[in-house]
Design a protein around this ligand. Sequence first.
Ligand SMILES: N[C@@H](CCC(=O)N[C@@H](CS)C(=O)NCC(=O)O)C(=O)O
Length: 209
Amino acid sequence: MSLTIIHLENSRSDRLVWLLEELGLDYEVETHQRDPQTQRAGAELKKLHPYAKAPMLRDGERMLIESGAIFEYVLGRHGKGALCPDPSDEDWPDYLQWMHFAEGSAMLPILLDHFQAAGLAGPPGESMLAAMAKDGMSQLYGYVESVLAERTWFAGERFTAADVMMGWVVEVVETRGEIEPYPAMQRYLAAMKARPAYQRARERAAASA
Ligand SMILES: N[C@@H](CCC(=O)N[C@@H](CS)C(=O)NCC(=O)O)C(=O)O
């Protein structure tokens, strides 16, 4: 087995480093920089995969894209059952939901709001898109807060790979400076950041920059 994470600075690929640390797997990190003007990935990512987005995972001859698919691949092929409830487990439906929610639902309002605030949809705060983004953000934050107020981790009382997918989303709330009104999200982030594998992943990603 030879796993290489294609990592883009300041991006979602942080959470793949974290997953591999949680699983205790051996891996390499190949870090790429964003274009300082456009913040897009540089041309070298296109040489690795036609879709040119991070994260990518190289496993031997195989190159994969899309965080959730990469997570399922790593867990299925190399995870030996860790961090993933069995389908017969009562936490499995929540696990599945949050694994997919992270990219399928959470990122849309966050990105809409990010782009409107950057002025890409006219003067910030004034477009229909701004109103849609604001509504979506409040729905997202309210839902996540209500779930985390009732359980320790996203799929129940056990840490799973769904927390690696969703933990990054909750960290985005903090990075945006919007976490203060949400005590459950704050509690969750503190528990997440206290995990040794999270801390090792941070050091590993920084060291390869
Ligand atoms: N849903 C995809 C999103 C991938 C994605 O948009 N990655 C960003 C980094 S956070 C990227 O590569 N941006 C550079 C670009 O679009 O040029 C996933 O989770 O893998």
